[in-house]
Design a binder for this molecule. Structure first.
Ligand code: NAG
Ligand code: NAG
Length: 479
């Protein structure tokens, strides 16, 4: 009798386990296929790729998603980390008190092992460092599971160097460091925490403000009510070695043009504010937003990517943690002259088809004759996939801006294409939740795991250093 009762109890327990198991499977299934199924979003009819279903607010605002939930909600988010992890192990060397900050994560506690003194850094750098440490701290304290122990190096300079967490890396595969130990692990920008420019604030603040603005342009026919100009504000002398006159050339190309609202920023208050600045969300009131990289990446990019506006930029030289998700249409693939004769976007497809026919040679010549510029072989290696007007979510223009006027005119003549590109951008980066608090937490935790998996710390005397807790460090900040 006792045995039978025991058996019954066991069967009941097994039944409970199976119910729990199938319940979990069902939940995961629903999560994968219901949340991610193509939505009935307005752009899906135009777009040949399925549009992104926006994960619900309870997902996007949840800082404690599990790894599986992260992967399901934000496909492709961790590509940068996966790529650098696949390069294999590396050594974390001591960078010394003059080098970048190094810290230890142990049992979920952050310790600062050494850091540059505050007085040796600019206020902007101190702010970035403070932001990055708080971002990391938030991702650790909200983690649903314990993260691995590790020792990390935090580079808050604009440019990557050595082996560290960093804001950007060169996009070109030709750019290889001679140091086999070099690794750039991209981290989310400090503006996901805060940016002390009054016209920016933070990604979360801007995201809410942009959503309020975009809601006025979201219905059928509403996009055409945006200002039909290309907008830019910035500091003209802030250029890279690759393109030392990029910003001056832009200002020259757009000077006194009716299609442009391009102005060099007039800084005031010793560089903390500018008199002609636009609040970052107000860029979204324009159909076209011009993006310029700076000395390296430009921190404004993720703000412009939240607009349902067409970003116009020379082919990007730098990648941030989600830049791999852009789908560029090269203006060199458009017949900009044909637009002047009244031709439409259909030409793009027609030309693609012709070039694979027997008239290949002839049409290739024709493309050469009508293309406004030819991407360099380095650009083609960096961006091997060119997207058509019905798929793209960004437009790459001539690096010297020589076709900017024609590209704006072409987009104005093809408003359906322009709106599609603009909406696909916002649908992906805002709609897909890639800039949400949840995605940021997911990304930081993947970064810690990926780094810890490959970081080797033996033989570097790390045991000698105890460091001070992040909490104590946050009070002095390296005074
Ligand atoms: C956030 O996600 C975690 C992990 O799935 C879950 O345990 C928690 O209840 C969620 N929090 C909220 C407020 O929904
Ligand atoms: C920044 O400058 C703008 C324009 O001059 C001004 O309206 C705004 O109040 C300033 N903000 C701060 C925080 O100084």
């Amino acid at each position: 009798m006792g045995d039978r009762r025991l058996l019954k109890a066991r069967q009941r327990r097994q039944l409970r386990h199976w119910t729990l198991f199938f319940g979990t499977c069902l939940a995961i299934f629903c999560f994968l296929f219901v949340f991610r199924s193509p939505s009935d979003g307005s752009s899906s009819k135009r777009s040949s790729s399925p549009s992104i279903a926006r994960p619900p607010p309870e997902i996007l605002e949840n800082l404690s998603l599990t790894e599986d939930q992260c992967d399901a909600a934000f496909p492709g988010l961790t590509k940068e980390i996966d790529d650098v992890v696949s390069k294999g192990p590396f050594t974390v060397k001591q960078s010394g008190d003059l080098g970048p900050l190094q810290g230890r994560i142990k049992d979920g506690q952050i310790y600062i092992l050494h850091a540059q003194r505050k007085s040796d850094l600019s206020q902007e750098m101190v702010n970035s460092r403070t932001a990055a440490l708080h971002q990391l701290h938030r991702a650790i304290t909200t983690s649903p599971t314990r993260l691995p122990d590790t020792i990390f190096t935090l580079n808050i300079q604009d440019q990557p160097f050595g082996t560290a967490w960093t804001y950007s890396r060169p996009a070109s595969p030709a750019h290889k460091s001679s140091d086999p130990n070099a690794r750039s692990f991209l981290m989310p920008h400090f503006s996901f925490w805060a940016w002390k420019l009054p016209f920016v604030g933070s990604v979360a603040r801007a995201s809410r403000a942009i959503t309020a603005i975009e809601s006025a342009f979201s219905g059928p026919g509403k996009w055409n009510q945006k200002i039909p100009k290309a907008v830019w504000r910035g500091t003209t002398w802030f250029n890279s070695i690759q393109a030392p006159r990029l910003r001056q050339q832009l200002v020259a190309a757009a000077k006194n043009k009716p299609w442009a609202d391009v102005q060099p920023l007039e800084w005031s208050g010793s560089g903390s504010n500018a008199t002609n600045a636009l609040a970052i969300e107000d860029f979204c009131r324009y159909k076209y937003v011009v993006h310029t990289e700076g000395v390296s990446y430009s921190g404004r990019f993720q703000f412009l990517q939240m607009c349902a506006s067409v970003v116009l930029t020379p082919p990007l030289h730098w990648l941030q943690h989600t830049t791999h998700l852009v789908k560029p249409l090269f203006s060199s693939s458009l017949d900009l002259q044909d637009r002047k004769r009244g031709g439409g976007a259909g030409r793009w497809d027609a030309r693609k088809k012709k070039s694979s026919s027997s008239k290949k040679k002839k049409s290739a010549q024709k493309v050469m004759a009508t293309a406004s510029w030819e991407p360099s072989s380095r650009t083609k290696d960096t961006w091997p996939v060119q997207y058509g007007p019905e798929e793209a979510n960004i437009v790459f223009v001539a690096p010297d801006w020589s076709d900017l006027e024609d590209v704006v005119a072409w987009l104005e003549a093809n408003p359906r294409v322009a709106e599609g590109i603009a909406r696909r951008q916002r649908d992906l980066f805002f709609g897909g939740g890639y800039f949400s608090p949840a995605a940021e937490g997911c990304y930081w935790r993947a970064l810690v795991r990926g780094w810890a998996q490959m970081a080797r710390t033996d033989g570097e005397d790390w045991d000698q250093k105890e460091g001070i807790t992040f909490e104590a460090f946050s009070l002095t900040n390296g005074d």
